[in-house]
Ligand binder design. Sequence first.
Ligand SMILES: CC(=O)N[C@H]1[C@@H](OP(=O)(O)OP(=O)(O)OC[C@H]2O[C@@H](n3ccc(=O)[nH]c3=O)[C@H](O)[C@@H]2O)O[C@H](CO)[C@@H](O)[C@@H]1O
Ligand SMILES: C=C(OP(=O)(O)O)C(=O)O
Length: 416
Amino acid sequence: MEKIIVRKSLGLNGNIRVDGSKNAILPILAATLLTDEECIIHDVPYLEDVQVMCKLLESLGANVEKTENTLKISVKNIKTCEAPYELISKMRASFLVMGPLLARCNSAKVYMPGGCAIGTRPIDLHLKGFKYLGAEVKSESGYVNAVTEKLTGNDIYLDFPSVGATENIIMAASLAVGETILENAAEEPEIVDLANFLNSMGANIIGAGTKTIRIKGVNKLHKTEHTIIPDRIEAGTYMVLAAATGGNVTIENVVSSHLQPVIAKLREAGAIVEEYDDKIKVVSNGNIKPVDIKTLPYPGFPTDMQAQFMAMLAIAEGTSIIHETIFENRFMHASELSRMGANVKIEGSSAILKGSSKLSGAKVKATDLRAGAALIIEGLIADGETEITEVYHIKRGYANIIEKLQNIGANIHYEE
Ligand SMILES: CC(=O)N[C@H]1[C@@H](OP(=O)(O)OP(=O)(O)OC[C@H]2O[C@@H](n3ccc(=O)[nH]c3=O)[C@H](O)[C@@H]2O)O[C@H](CO)[C@@H](O)[C@@H]1O
Ligand SMILES: C=C(OP(=O)(O)O)C(=O)O
């Protein structure tokens, strides 16, 4: 069983380049199903999730060509409108093929992506969107079946600004007849990247990045070439890691406007954060001040950075409170961090952290992707050695993380 071994490594120093965004490329890969022409995608992060999505596209009829950091995808013909269980069940984002399949073939059968360690993660808002666009949607045992004569634009209000539902609806509405107005849409930068990708294929989408998105359906989408935005969560993870270890690290290939809540909270915690055009430098003496955090939809503080901050705040001089409002079960990392000496108590959707400077390495388990990142951060500031298992979670979202951290002086490696 593969493990990550981490030893205390303070004062990390150097540069790290961030890859293209996982959460941007996954919907964009799904969107390639909307055209029979070739899509070329640059700055591709070769993550486990990207490999799964490519396999899923291939199972539906895509021809996928990989070269260094670039993917060429053509889906001349859709072979089947049924997305297989084995691939859909591997990750949540696989459900994003439903909107494109429905738009291109007028029918789709997709297995439920299911819940996961961070919450139940229902898909009701995606399905509500398809129904409003004129599809007949049936949830059968374990899968969703949807058919339509032709999708038709409509006004859709999302009860919650779900990232995935916004993406699925935008993709489906792009080839619908007439206009769709999506209210209370998610505003994440990854939504903007998807809309830019679709517009470059000939779609007519305005308002992405705001709460109201207008999509005028077009008859056909065509070939395109697109570069994925930098991964703000990967960047944020390295920023926290630099602050927690008392480092001096420059993170390259970042859009600092995507990281404002993370920057603000790091500054409150005592780190110096300098913003440049496409770089951010984090300098810290390792003395962390307590801060309170509340996760919120963008532009609020991202839930995907909550675990990493918890790891850092474990050594703060005082009490911090973290309130998780997006997922109902996203504190699985708390008990793993406690094994290393973090003083954290969970009360409903809040975690109360009493800073403790005494952390020591332990055998711990990555319960999900960001939990895994948090354990790496904790391992770098804890005395002795930390052994992290279930590292496949970490590989879902961080390409070459071990090499990147070794390059800035971290004592970390894989072990079989
Ligand atoms: C691949 C990808 O982009 N993943 C991101 C995406 O996930 P994802 O798109 O799954 O997240 P959503 O924004 O949809 O989910 C947010 C909340 O809405 C709920 N919900 C969602 C859909 C639905 O139909 N019904 C419903 O109740 C979810 O259970 C959750 O509690 O946004 C999350 C919130 O920023 C991030 O943590 C994930 O990293
Ligand atoms: C929760 C995450 O991703 P996903 O939605 O792909 O599970 C994440 O990136 O932290």
